[in-house]
Write a protein that binds this ligand. Structure first.
Ligand SMILES: [Zn+2]
Length: 73
């Protein structure tokens, strides 16, 4: 009977520790070692090669967002 109690306690500790271990490791901001940039208009994150650079030096996720920012500037 004592063996079952130890087994149950071990399972209980394992169940309690597992979610905490998952929270401790957040997803890395790097996308396959690639630099991630934020769109200056909508704030979406995308890899550097997918971003469009405006004349101002800021990065945008799409030509539409770049055009909006260039018009308002
Ligand atoms: Zn955008």
């Amino acid at each position: 009977m004592k063996f079952l109690l130890i087994l149950f306690l071990g399972w209980l500790i394992w169940r309690l520790l597992r979610p905490a271990a998952r929270i401790k490791t957040p997803p890395p901001p790097e996308h396959g070692g690639e630099k991630m940039l934020v769109c200056a208009h909508c704030g979406v994150y995308a890899p550097e090669r997918e971003m469009l650079r405006a004349a101002s030096g800021r990065y945008y996720c799409s030509p539409e967002h770049r055009a909006i920012e260039e018009e308002s500037a």
